[in-house]
Design a protein. Structure first.
Length: 282
């Protein structure tokens, strides 16, 4: 369903950041990040054990989209669990309930919605191996009313094991009355094949009424604007919800989806250290 993408490739030498890079906190809880003041409105620091916090997350289940191979399970600890301060989303070749490949997708739908501000997730991609397709992304909360892409989609980051040096930031959108949808994609490229898999990095967007700025660590590698999208910006003036998932296989432009799976390297685990939502101080 997603096709015809265009971008200019930019190469970036990237460095790891610590958990609190470029952040200072005042006594009243105001946090300064990249020169902008925020207050923390919502987070999951994953400082507990067991299944993800049910007050913050729900599950997608079944075969959901993009001809992907995995079956998303519901609250199955073998596919989704928290321990040692980290969320683990694990894809397994275990034939659970007759499904050869299982994984998990959690979302904040019905629990928490986001409109403008800074959304930041600190994560580490699965070990190298083709077929993996982890994503940190958002969809409009009106998805079940207007459908995709009129709800708007913000892909904070997508990564595939078959192209391990590339992290991709994308948007999909279509205004009411538009005859076709708009999409934008831009890659953040490392010269090291294990950069995304060997350490945690911060993946974030800074979103307001006029633009969405994408970051890996403190590097703003692309900005999408209302001026560029015109009327198709309209879905991004409405609340969205957050999704964290590890897909396997699948075929979809521009990154081609997960593609062929290396079954010899199961299990694959996508790790998340925290998810945070900050609102700007007015």
């Amino acid at each position: 369903m997603k096709n015809q993408w265009k971008y200019l490739v930019g190469f970036w030498l990237m460095a790891a950041c610590t958990k609190e890079t470029n952040k200072t906190t005042s006594e009243n809880g105001v946090v300064t990040i990249r020169g902008q003041q925020y207050v923390l409105d919502w987070s999951d620091e994953f400082e507990y054990s067991g299944l993800p916090d049910s007050s913050k997350w729900d599950y997608e289940t079944g075969f959901v989209r993009n001809n992907e191979t995995q079956y998303y399970t519901d609250a199955r600890i073998e596919n989704c669990n928290v321990g040692n301060g980290v969320l683990h989303i694990t894809a397994r070749n275990d034939s659970f309930e007759g499904h050869p490949v299982t994984s998990a997708s959690i979302e904040s739908f019905g629990k928490k919605e986001f409109k403008y501000g800074l959304i930041e997730v600190r994560a580490k991609m699965p070990h190298l191996g083709s077929g993996t397709w982890p994503a940190i992304w958002m969809k409009g909360v009106n998805d079940y009313i207007v459908g995709w892409p009129k709800c708007g989609e913000i892909d904070i980051v997508e990564w595939v094991g078959k192209a391990p040096v590339v992290a991709l930031g994308s948007i999909y959108t279509q205004a009411e009355g538009s005859t076709k949808y708009a999409e934008r994609h831009w890659p953040y490229i490392s010269l090291n094949s294990d950069f995304f898999t060997n350490q945690f990095h911060n993946y974030a967007i800074e979103w307001d009424s006029t633009q969405i700025k994408f970051f890996v660590d403190n590097n703003n590698y692309v900005t999408y604007t209302r001026q560029d999208l015109g009327v198709d910006w309209e879905p991004f003036t409405k609340p969205q919800y957050l999704k964290l998932n590890l897909a396997m296989g699948g075929i979809i432009p521009p990154i081609g989806g997960g593609g062929d799976i290396d079954y010899s390297k199961f299990p694959y685990t996508f790790e998340v250290e925290y998810a945070r939502y900050y609102m700007k101080v007015r």
